[in-house]
Design a protein around this ligand. Sequence first.
Ligand code: UDP
Length: 475
Amino acid sequence: MVLKTDSVKMFFFPFVGGGHQIPMIDAARVFASHGAKSTILATPSNALHFQNSITRDQQTGLPVAIHTFSADIPDTDMSAVGPFIDSSALLEPLRQLLLRHPPDCIVVDMFHRWAPDIVDELGIARIVFTGHGCFPRCVTENIINHVTLENLSSDLEPFVVPNLPHHIEMTRSQVPIFLRSPSPFPDRMRQLEEKSFGIVTNSFYDLEPDYADYLKKGTKAWIIGPVSLCNRTAEDKTERGKTPTIDEQKCLNWLNSKKPNSVLYVSFGSLARLPSEQLKEIAYGLEASEQSFIWVVRNIHNNPSENKENGSGNFLPEGFEQRMKEKDKGLVLRGWAPQLLILEHVAIKGFMTHCGWNSTLESVCAGVPMITWPLSAEQFSNEKLITDVLKIGVQVGSREWWSWNSEWKDLVGREKVESAVRKLMVESEEAEEMTTRAKEIADKARRAVEKGGTSYADAEALIQELIARRLARQD
Ligand code: UDP
């Protein structure tokens, strides 16, 4: 039975920063397209990053708005502090807002550690947004429950993650630090979810069916992605969550001059800062591969004095950029790139990525196979999903999970870079098969968010549950 009543009111409270904020803004727009009145809560300085796209939505009649808090927290460089920005200045403004205008639910990013207490105290349905897919959760829980990491003979000894329907090998060095030694983090996350109304996940059923079932068996979850597909116009794709500091026309003109399926896109997301020695290895590896590439270089690791806005410091080998320009082999960009536009360009054949979940999904949606270079967070699990489960990627050979501000231990040498690039980019049966599979999965992604698709149905289901909850409380 479909319940009819006033539109549900949904608040979305994203965490500051690319990989968490961008998909949550898209999620707000997705629910608005299903008829919910979506409001994104933001600080004044942060709202500036996505105000334009929301104004465009409003002009088309989408019921989505931004509520800006009177308090502000400075725009912080998340790469310097990790997920530990102190957002507690928003505590009281949030409480006041919820008291004055209680929504049917609030979707809260898992990193707003103080927010759940306020929301629960006021009896508002709280929904957790983790930003991850289903697979890493299953990997993490099975490691916690069934693997004694201390018993492994070394950090590099492979072990099989038990209880998974696929054969997945990892090493202790690839497991997040907080799973290797006692940490309150996993328990805290579990508690946040246990007391919540449920979790909203940016994935789609056909991408990881076994793992989606696992998630839904253990928790109330709505799998509603890929949310990036709600960006349909070139403007939305260009200015998604943040205005590019890179001239998109320059990118597109360069890509337009290339043959279809001939260019590798290289980017490590919004946070990662690689050391300059690593950037050099990438540069030499790319050059030796003789493949065309477009590379977004960001600031370097652990050298704040040399990092300038938009990564203008030059940490690449002497003459590299000039040579790439003269041979018309590579375009090196600094700053914030229009990633969706680049990935969807017909010239792009592969994506060298740090396996951030958004980048992974965006590549999947564009039907582009990947070179996987995980660094941190749940990225090593995402790598296994891409290469061992979906078989749409080649591993570069990254071995060491890296935590914010720690020393960089393990460089990936230029030979490994060259070899992975050739494997994906040079014509071969294996590369062809990866591309075919990636394109098939991209079709499934599109179907998932259309009427009749699984993600479409889950978004509708959450709205119906919220309406039922409202009616039950009115009785
Ligand atoms: N992104 C972008 N331009 C850039 C760098 C990143 O648009 O120059 C976007 C990218 O499309 C993705 C997000 O930022 O949506 C990065 O999220 P991901 O989960 O891949 O990695 P994170 O930045 O959280 O490590």
